[in-house]
Design a protein around this ligand. Structure first.
Ligand SMILES: NC(=O)c1ccc[n+]([C@@H]2O[C@H](COP(=O)([O-])OP(=O)(O)OC[C@H]3O[C@@H](n4cnc5c(N)ncnc54)[C@H](O)[C@@H]3O)[C@@H](O)[C@H]2O)c1
Length: 336
């Protein structure tokens, strides 16, 4: 692919994250967003300067985009990603990869055939505070990681209805938000989950899925981890991760900053965000470099930082968490 060629881009699903993908793609040098898709005509009415389609199959056939962001509800991820690859595009697919391992495996297998690339949009690999924590971990600044805890709480007020339907979302907060916690713990620890146990709660009767949950993990490198998730109307939007090692501790306050401690003293601390940013504004802080990384991989035809296989393995951990909660047992997974 020529470094200079303008890359034609399209976004499928113009809800919360699709609109942010459109912004982030439009900000990338050498990328032109040419078309958007949504099944709701009233949503498409906002995009008068672009080609608009209620059918993504039609969009792919007529517009032949090189870059496609798949931002549809999760149950549509596999069919849309495979259709885009079959149409010759490269795909940036929103998390989680799919609702089932069958769908995730279909994406992995189709993506292995190429030539289009698939990158899964795990935004936390691109927020500055998690990038900093990853650097400290890579440098061994806390020694050998022993114990970690990740916690996320979000308000569920105003969530689109499909998030509350198990067949459309694949589950509740575990699959929708727990995916970020499991993914970023594995990434920071440079390890995989080999054992899972957990519990889930369904508090809000309007949801047909769990809205609060706790998971416990053993990692292949011997570290132990815990994840705690909460959707309640009164929750702030917050996420905090701690990793304790043989020589120190690091803390990531998502959408704020990160700190590193050794011998009980803070030795490095960074803050990255002005106060008062909206959820869309903070999301764009991670999404812009994520989209740029995808575009760079397409131009160089290099392996994306988060492959379909990595995202499939994360989904396997989340589904094991559900199984462990249902059967009140501990589920073993193969180490990668
Ligand atoms: N990385 C992140 O931080 C992040 C944040 C939010 C959402 N997401 C993920 O992005 C995906 C979308 O989430 P969202 O919050 O933007 O959802 P949303 O409901 O706001 O948007 C989905 C859009 O898809 C459209 N749609 C539904 N079915 C369609 C079809 N068959 N054809 C065309 N359009 C269709 C809907 O009309 C809607 O506008 C989910 O998989 C979610 O997990 C990721």
């Amino acid at each position: 692919m020529s470094r200079k060629a303008t890359l034609r881009a399209a976004v499928l699903g113009m809800g919360f994250i699709g609109e942010l993908h459109r912004h982030a793609l439009a900000d990338c040098p050498g990328v032109q967003v040419v078309a958007v898709n949504d099944c709701r005509p009233e949503v498409l009415a906002h995009y008068s300067g672009l080609a608009t389609y209620t059918s993504y199959q039609e969009l792919l056939k007529r517009e032949k985009p090189v870059l496609v962001s798949v931002c549809l509800p999760t149950y549509l991820h596999a069919e849309a990603t495979i259709a885009a690859l079959d149409a010759g595009a490269n795909v940036l697919l929103e998390k989680p990869i799919a609702t089932t391992l069958k769908d995730a495996d279909a994406i992995v297998q189709r993506s292995a055939r190429g030539p289009g690339l698939v990158m899964v949009g795990m935004t936390h690999h691109f927020y500055p505070e998690t990038v900093q924590a990853h650097q400290w971990m890579s440098e061994g600044r806390i020694g050998r990681p022993l114990l970690c805890r990740d916690y996320a709480a979000f308000s569920n007020t105003g969530l689109p209805g499909w998030y509350g339907q198990p067949e459309l979302a694949g589950g509740g907060i575990v699959i929708t938000n727990g995916v970020h916690l499991v993914d970023r713990l594995c990434w920071l620890l440079n390890s995989s989950v080999v054992e899972v146990s957990g519990c889930v709660l369904r508090v809000d009767p309007a949801f047909q899925v769990e809205d609060n949950a706790i998971g416990q993990f053993r990692f292949a490198n011997g570290a132990l981890g815990q994840a705690l998730l909460s959707w309640l109307p009164q929750n702030p939007n917050t996420a905090t991760l701690e990793i304790y090692g043989t020589q120190g501790r690091l803390v990531v306050h998502s959408w704020q900053g990160a700190s590193l401690e050794q011998a009980g003293k803070t030795i490095e601390q960074a803050r990255y965000y002005q106060p008062g940013l909206s959820l869309a504004e903070v999301t764009l802080v991670g999404l812009r470099p994520e989209v740029q990384a995808f575009v760079d991989c397409v131009r160089r035809h290099s392996t994306p930082p988060i492959t379909a296989q990595t995202a499939r393995d994360t989904l396997a951990v989340l589904l094991a968490w559900y199984q462990a909660a249902k059967e009140q047992t501990t589920v073993q997974l193969r180490s990668r």
